[in-house]
Design a protein around this ligand. Sequence first.
Ligand SMILES: Cc1cc2nc3c(=O)[nH]c(=O)nc-3n(C[C@H](O)[C@H](O)[C@H](O)COP(=O)(O)OP(=O)(O)OC[C@H]3O[C@@H](n4cnc5c(N)ncnc54)[C@H](O)[C@@H]3O)c2cc1C
Length: 515
Amino acid sequence: MHTQVIIIGAGPTGLMAACQLARFNVEFIIIDTKPAPTHESRAMLVTARSMEIYQQMGLADTVLQQGQVIGKFAIYMNGREKATLETTNAGNGLTDFPNLQAFEQFKNEELLYEQLKATGRDVLWRTSLVSFEQHDDHVVASLYDKSDPFSKISIKASYLLACDGSSSLVRQQLELNFEGGTYQNKFFVADVKLSWLQPANKLIASLSRVNFCAFFPMYGNGNYRILGTLPKGFEGKENVSFDDLKDVITANIKLPLNVEKLNWFSVYKLHHRCVNRFRINRCFLLGDAAHIHSPAGGQGMNTGLQDAHNLAWKLALVLQGVADDKLINTYHDERYPFAQWLMKFTDKIFAFMTSCNWFLYQLRTYVMPNILRLVLSTQWISKRIFRILSQIWYSYRKSRLSLQFIKQKLKFSAGDRCPYVMTAIDGKLQSIYHLLMEPKFHLLCIGSIGYDSLIPVHLINYIKVVNLPLNESWQKLGVQSGLYLLIRPDNYIGLLSDEISPGLISGYFDTFKGK
Ligand SMILES: Cc1cc2nc3c(=O)[nH]c(=O)nc-3n(C[C@H](O)[C@H](O)[C@H](O)COP(=O)(O)OP(=O)(O)OC[C@H]3O[C@@H](n4cnc5c(N)ncnc54)[C@H](O)[C@@H]3O)c2cc1C
């Protein structure tokens, strides 16, 4: 068999890669050892940045309908509520998705899988990668189909995407170091149906001398994810069950609660590791295959989704002959620094929340709630925290795909996520993200009329011209006169310029050719 891209693994990262490649009409085969998408809830939160990707794919409304908005974040210490923060609409004015959105991993996988099937493609389930070979201009993957033990399938592809999770076989066969470590503590997750007197949209982080526990509300009355550290005494024990931990959980939160049903329970060790190259010749590592970290901040699954979104359009341009293979090196250049930052960020939060160190315990018990109450009631700080947790802050300013030629003093730069600006669309005030839905570049002409004749003939199918008035929203960002933004297919600013011409656009695309 022959295809353009083979995707190993149909978890959230692999399914997102498949859906994105389908948007760009790239041929691919996606395989997974499992018989079907996971039924485990696993990752809980979908960040605003991931929601923006879902919006571009026409899927955001389903998440909003079937997810649970977290409207309050409370910190409990030894059973006492120390601080409660309103989180509803915390990101107003920054994104179309200003809330903390819970939507379990299995629902994300189902959503993406349905989207994939709607394009007429499917996953080859029960099919495992056994080995692969890399050649100058292709890879050959050897697969094993569980339903036919004598089968040996060989697939030739231009590129291989390793979306095969934290134990990635591809990573092992590439002999890449998965540098980092394993946290000392063990953790448990339990998805339960609870009856208690807490509001359905309240996330509770509960700290005590016994352990750390968090209660995440999920969709459906009384449904919660309880996540916590295993207390001393349980660490070396085999086969810890939820019943073993019930008393620990009650002793921690010290609130009357009744667990009506246990839906899922797991105990595991957490790691923080990252490979130092996301591309090895014709193979790319994405999601957990490339980086794993603590669940602090709910960033894991989201980062995999965004890896896939970053890589897919670049692969498409290369396979369609618009760009050289060098364009896809920018996948590593852009995503690796983010993974590095994320590891450090989640490490710090995690160490702070779970450390047994006396000083840190005193700090988080007696000082942190007051500081949190103070800083989060300050609007600019809470907005800043929202930007970080929602992953909308991240920018590719240092990427060689970010070019700017401007004299105006703007509050944004090439490489940033497209500015969040409101404009009248079909007589209704909406964000310009509603105009960035097509799988192509968008040339935003602000305060001047742009025509298709601006687009070099050979790029006419790859760029859409969008004219926008220079309204107050742009003026607040420093735009004073005509401005042009060439927005990449993943909605980051590629080119930013006071003037535009076919030559400038051609020149920008030449950067994809390594000139
Ligand atoms: C118990 C638990 C709780 C978690 N909680 C959270 C959380 O609260 N927040 C958070 O952000 N993250 C959480 N995570 C992490 C989150 O689940 C991962 O970040 C996310 O699943 C990564 O997606 P992925 O697609 O990269 O990898 P995976 O979801 O691991 O998918 C990899 C896929 O590859 C397939 N595969 C592997 N090897 C092969 C092969 N050789 N051939 C074919 N297919 C193969 C596997 O079957 C699997 O379907 C949790 C994880 C676990 C295990």
